[in-house]
Ligand binder design. Structure first.
Ligand SMILES: Cc1cc2nc3c(=O)[nH]c(=O)nc-3n(C[C@H](O)[C@H](O)[C@H](O)COP(=O)(O)OP(=O)(O)OC[C@H]3O[C@@H](n4cnc5c(N)ncnc54)[C@H](O)[C@@H]3O)c2cc1C
Length: 411
């Protein structure tokens, strides 16, 4: 029963089956075994909102096990030691992982390397010395990365960032404040964006550079964890950089041209979010379809009522369209096309339809839909956040419109 005419190559199907087995053994089984630690927030987080050491240990174990079996770096370029399977593999596997694991088996976040948390094409732009120092541990899942671009006064308009890297005899000294940096409290390295030429930066003509910095460097302090959606802990942090010394080996990409690195990463983030949104939406819809056939009201299963079944049919149609868009843009990227318009469309559409689909799954479950036990609220929180992270829906609409008015009208 094929739904998608595009044939996933046999070797990728094999990897997908192996990743599924891995998720069952290393993610779902861990959540069952360590349920109190991983699924009771009172044990997952400390009072200050950071993950507990025991929870961090589980994250590390999943990363390392996945790296050992060759899944973690599946889409990392071969030049870095990855499998180099590209974006179609990335999309297919991320989508599958979330459809299988849902939001509550959250260790699945660490099965496939996310560009901001681990190895990716972004690391092709680090220096040879940085490769020697950083890459082996990161490829093996022993160390973790994070990405410090956003600041209190610089979100969508990232060029407003105020963090400065002042030239010294040995390199630069970085000072400033970063916000929303996912995993900064537990990461070993952060890629920090800072002004290296304030004049050019003020004119929005470059002048911003990226640096790879160990989070243990003196002068870096994670001030606080940002809690969201009523959670008692979280992953995102606010960090102060106070005259943090960096040397030339830590420069990422070209001096004054750091935004290219940001764009490269964010493009992968858009594929990732498209796939994760579709995966979580399918997880939620499948639950809702099942529940609607079992739940009785007024003498019938509620699936018999068009008030229940038609919204699910609409949600499924939208998710199917998002799935096709995601696969299509992954193929375009693997062909070497930039596909700026298509990537923006796929990400913005996928996260919006996923939020609608999960919301509909909650509605189908009645009061059950709000329970912690089902985890639908958590799926909703995750896909809702993706409507802002890695390019808000509005910024993506702006990009699509810019492309259209430049004559890129192929649809
Ligand atoms: C879960 C999560 C994780 C994140 N992780 C990271 C991370 O690891 N590293 C990092 O650097 N950042 C991270 N971010 C920050 C993220 O990149 C920003 O939230 C995003 O760039 C938007 O910036 P903002 O939140 O400041 O919103 P703003 O830029 O202040 O936007 C506010 C609203 O105005 C709209 N808007 C802005 N400009 C326009 C315009 N020209 N036209 C129309 N509408 C406009 C936006 O779409 C939005 O709706 C994360 C965010 C989230 C939610």
């Amino acid at each position: 029963m094929a739904t998608i005419a595009f044939d996933i190559p046999e070797d990728l199907q094999q990897i997908a089956r192996a990743v599924e087995a891995f998720c069952r053994a290393e993610v779902i089984a861990r959540h069952e075994k360590y349920h109190d630690l991983l699924n009771d927030p009172r044990n997952t987080y400390r009072r200050d909102g950071r993950l507990t050491d025991a929870a961090i240990e589980q994250i590390r174990a999943v990363r390392q096990a996945s790296a050992k079996q060759g899944f973690f770096n599946v889409s990392v370029p071969e030049s870095l030691g990855g499998a180099g399977l590209g974006m179609i593999a990335y999309y297919t596997l991320i989508e599958q992982v979330y459809r299988l694991c849902g939001p509550h088996n959250w260790l699945c976040d660490f099965v496939i390397s996310h560009w901001a948390f681990g190895p990716s094409a972004v690391l092709t732009t680090i220096t040879d010395e940085a490769r020697e120092r950083v890459l082996p541990d990161m490829m093996a899942g022993r160390s973790m990365l994070c990405f410090g671009m956003s600041e209190p006064g610089a979100g969508s308009d990232a060029a407003m960032l105020q963090t400065r890297a002042v030239k010294t005899d040995k390199g630069w000294k970085i000072s400033g404040r970063k916000i929303w940096t996912t995993h900064i409290p537990i990461a070993d390295y952060v890629i920090v964006f800072a002004q290296t030429d304030p004049e050019r930066a003020a004119q929005k003509k470059g002048g911003i550079s990226a640096f790879l910095v160990p989070t243990s460097t003196p002068g870096i302090q994670v001030e606080s964890i940002i809690r969201m959606h009523g959670h008692i802990g979280g992953y995102e942090g606010i960090t102060v950089f106070d005259e943090v010394e960096v040397e030339p080996w830590q420069l990422v990409g070209t001096l004054h041209d750091g935004f290219k690195i940001g764009l490269l990463g964010v493009s992968m983030g858009r594929i990732y979010n498209s796939a994760r949104a579709v995966g979580l939406a399918r997880w939620a819809l499948e639950m809702a379809i099942d529940y609607a056939q079992q739940r009785q009201a007024f003498g019938n299963p509620i699936s018999e009522y068009q008030g229940v079944s038609f919204p699910l049919a609409n949600a499924a149609t939208e998710v199917h369209a998002a799935h096709l868009m995601g696969l299509n843009v992954a193929l375009l990227l693997d062909r070497g096309e930039r596909a700026v318009k298509e990537l923006s469309m796929a990400k913005a559409y996928s996260v919006q339809v996923a939020a609608r689909a999960v919301d509909q799954a909650i509605q189908t479950h009645g009061a059950m839909g709000f329970t912690n036990e089902l985890g639908l609220h958590e799926a909703y929180a995750r896909v809702r956040q993706a409507n802002v992270a890695d390019g808000t829906n509005e910024i993506l609409a702006r990009t699509i419109a810019q492309r259209l008015f430049k004559g890129d009208v192929e649809l």
